[in-house]
Write a protein that binds this ligand. Structure first.
Ligand SMILES: [Zn+2]
Length: 608
């Protein structure tokens, strides 16, 4: 796919605003500095009463205020205020900052923080500060339904989906969800919606929505999406990659159609059956089977059987499939099949997959340094970038650690699920040790590089593209944001941060380490406003929302944007010019799916 070309052809890419920095092939957003620049970085939703509460203030050459004041702003006004010190944060990336700790504020209320020359957006301290947002992202999926009229969003669409790529014959694959700001229906992308719904249902059950709408809302939405996912299984048991495509043979196409089967604008089925899609699909069907067991046992059985058929057809991944991402997904797939069937053979298979995943972990130091290890590599060896997407022409050339724009924490996530499911397994101690190294010798030190505590995109060897890579140790470098001068397909990393939050929340519970939980919250706080733009990236929450790139239906409440990305200097960028830039502003399924997964996971771990 090449969205940039598509947007250029649609006249959506503006003329270069300025050529003062960067190289001429960099898109304008990499050179733009316009947009809000508050010095206060604080999430816009607020905090649960027992949570760690930190205020970050950027020092932009002005005199450092020595203190900050928090005032209760809810009506009727109360004379409550709290003044606390602001201290210099230890020197880190993104410049100099002050930090204020107001963890002691447990009193419920709506507040604002005041500095001498600036104040924060209003935020809450209350038990449901984050939980109350959950219905909005769920409603986002409803608005993204394809193959049906969604009142106030769009008329019935794509009733002519789609054509077989091999023989042109029509095959009914209507339904599902539009993936993003566009109307395509990629499988690995839109299945992220399903994972979000299933984790939400699993973590919070009937009480996911505080008004008591119950599980039915989640199950109905899941069934809507899954009807399409089930149609995408070929007779050989394997699953196609999605629905989009043009007659010309590529899959970049993106348009409303005339809803008439057999006319020239019918879309195509993506014919490729990648290993990742199979592993995602089996995992999802096994989770759906568990979630529907009580409400509709025969549907649950149908999904389980379809999942087993795909699992058998896919076999055991080998060759290029043997990378950390795909092995992690197969570990999850077999674990969920065990949960759905209670057959020991699936538990054994999950443990065997985890063994292969562990064999890939970089337990030795690579890159002439002795402080960072325990990460997973992009490819089959820790010392070389030999995986798809890591080599020349890929998104992450020269990558040392596993990186992904959506599922970047999935190797650790799979290990945490196993530790949770089989605490007494003979290998459990080995799994725990692997995760201890992953967390303590990779995740925690990397997050410690900036006052925001966000997880960088990942590690690299040296400077594989012509832009800035931050020195770490030895030959290892890192970037917070995807390389912007690699293949042009860089984007903001909202889902990446949420994926780490989801994994860290699990680790906090399993290892009884509240500091992992604090770190999980910090990833989520960046997405919801504690970033250098003071921008909340969910439509319908917080302030300073950029306009989304959503050129078919406009804003959708609960939608999350790609979000903050980086320029060639790895400094944060975010487009505020009307949503014309997909890199930072486009809605995308994985952001919304992981939001539900991470927040619901954090909500299960007790307050704070
Ligand atoms: Zn549609």
């Amino acid at each position: 796919m090449n969205r940039r070309d598509f947007l250029a052809s649609a006249g959506l890419v503006p003329a270069l605003a300025s050529a003062q920095q960067g190289v001429s092939s960099d898109p304008p957003v990499m050179r733009m500095t316009a947009g809000p620049a508050p010095t206060i970085a604080l999430n816009h939703l607020g905090f649960t009463p027992k949570a760690r509460k930190l205020l970050i203030v950027r020092l932009t050459g002005r005199t450092a205020p020595p203190q900050f004041t928090i005032r209760d702003i809810s009506f009727p006004l109360k004379p409550f205020s709290l003044t606390l010190p602001l201290k210099p944060a230890p020197r880190g990336d993104f410049g100099d900052h002050l930090i204020g700790d107001f963890t002691e504020l447990e009193r419920a209320g709506q507040y604002r923080i005041f500095l001498p020359d600036e104040h924060s957006v209003p935020f809450f301290v209350r038990d449901d500060a984050w939980r109350r947002t959950l219905p909005k992202p769920v409603s986002y999926f409803h608005a993204q339904r394809c193959g049906v009229e969604v009142p106030n969003v769009h008329p019935a669409c794509h009733l002519d989906d789609a054509r077989r790529r091999d023989n042109g014959q029509h095959l009914d694959v209507t339904g599902g969800w539009h993936d993003a700001g566009d109307v395509r229906k990629g499988m690995s992308q839109t299945m992220a919606n399903g994972f979000g719904l299933m984790h939400l249902a699993r973590n919070l059950g009937e009480k996911w929505d505080l008004v008591g709408s119950g599980l039915k809302v989640l199950l109905d939405e899941m069934r809507w999406g899954n009807t399409y996912f089930l149609k995408m299984q070929d007779t050989d048991g394997l699953v196609w990659g999605g629905t989009e495509g043009e007659a010309g043979g590529n899959n970049t196409g993106n348009n409303w159609t005339d809803n008439q089967i057999g006319t020239a604008d019918d879309r195509f089925i993506i014919w490729r059956k990648s290993g990742n899609v199979q592993a995602n699909w089996v995992t999802l069907q096994a989770m759906v089977a568990q979630a529907f067991q009580a409400a509709d046992a025969s549907y649950a059985q149908r999904c389980l059987e379809a999942g087993l058929r795909c699992r058998r057809a896919a076999g055991v991944p080998s060759g290029p499939g043997e990378n950390a991402g795909e092995l992690a997904w197969w570990t999850l797939a077999d674990l969920e099949l065990w949960r759905a069937t209670q057959q020991v053979s699936w538990a054994d298979s999950a443990a065997a997959m985890a063994g292969r995943l562990l064999a890939l972990q970089a337990t030795d130091y690579v890159g002439s340094q002795k402080s960072i290890r325990g990460f997973w590599p992009m490819g089959r060896t820790a010392g070389a970038p030999d995986a798809p997407g890591a080599g020349p022409g890929g998104r992450y050339p020269g990558a040392a650690s596993f990186q992904n724009d959506a599922h970047s924490a999935v190797p650790g996530h799979a290990m945490m699920e196993l530790i949770e499911a089989f605490p007494k397994h003979p290998d459990a101690q080995k799994w725990r040790e692997a995760m201890r190294m992953h967390l303590e010798e990779f995740v925690v030190p990397l997050c410690g590089r900036s006052v925001y505590r966000i997880m960088p995109s990942g590690l690299f060897f040296g400077s594989p593209t012509k832009e800035h890579y931050r020195p770490l140790e030895g030959e290892l470098t890192y970037r917070y944001f995807m390389p912007a001068r690699a293949d042009g397909q860089w984007q903001g990393l909202t889902a990446h941060l949420e994926s780490w939050a989801f994994m860290l929340a699990k680790a906090a519970r399993a290892f009884e380490r509240p500091e992992y939980r604090d770190l999980a919250w910090r990833q989520m706080e960046w997405v919801m406003g504690a970033n250098p733009f003071g921008a909340c990236l969910m439509t319908g929450e917080g302030a300073r929302n950029p306009y989304p790139l959503s050129y078919f239906v406009g804003v959708i409440v609960g939608g999350l944007m790609n979000g903050v990305a980086g320029n060639a200097d790895d400094e944060p960028i975010l487009n505020f010019d009307g949503g014309i830039d997909w890199h930072t502003n486009e809605y995308w399924s994985p952001h919304v799916g992981y939001y539900l997964a991470a927040v619901s996971e954090l909500e299960t771990g007790g307050r704070g």
